[in-house]
Design a protein around this ligand. Sequence first.
Ligand code: SF4
Length: 251
Amino acid sequence: MLKEIKSLAHHGKQFVPDLRTQSVSPLFRGRPSIAGDIIAHDIKAAAAICPSGAIDSNTGSIDLGRCVFCRECEFLNPGKIKFTNDYRIASNTRNALIIKPGDNNPLRLDKTAIRKEVRRLFKGSLKLRQVSAAGDNSCEMELGASGNVNFDMGRYGIEFVASPRHADGIVITGPVSENMARALELTWEAVPEPKIIILAGTDAISGGIFGESPALDRRFIATHHIDLYVPGNPAHPLTFINGVIDMLGIK
Ligand code: SF4
């Protein structure tokens, strides 16, 4: 008995009481901040080393939907590019993921672009089916962690379910390979209306470093309305949960 009590005391409190303000490791890579006065030479050098084509070589903006958060551009331009600790980087519009030089505003969802039925029907209970479409198990692990004792997204009524027939939407991870395209389509068809689509991680949003691969078939992503983009490589549970509760209008 004493052994168990000692073990519990050693573990301490693991529950994250406030997912909005939780502090994270200084090593965490969240929203980038790009100096407004970054010069063209530095932009071009950063764009040249970026492995995923996330940096616009003309404007210097960073597309979080393509970024793999390797920090190479920051190491090359210390003081001009910095990845902050801000993990609230999900958005419901693709354009909002493009961070421009001098733009240090926090990323928030465009409320006018959220479909009315999403908040009306799913605010108290949202069941999601996860589809790993050629994922590498990193985003999948983080999504699993979103429901663990630490992050506990179940406190908001958000859960993953086994069957798409019991789900209100799907969460796609991975760049969507040709081999998974039909399975993704079938899963989506099995979810009853109204339903939502969330893309979790850089690979799902843009294909990431696999973006140009002929082995991908991303027609599903291109032809369906996406309700939420959750950047990250992989997407962090705090990013995922904050994005979803923002979408649902939960304070
Ligand atoms: S951190 Fe992102 S933008 Fe910078 S080099 Fe890596 S992938 Fe490119």
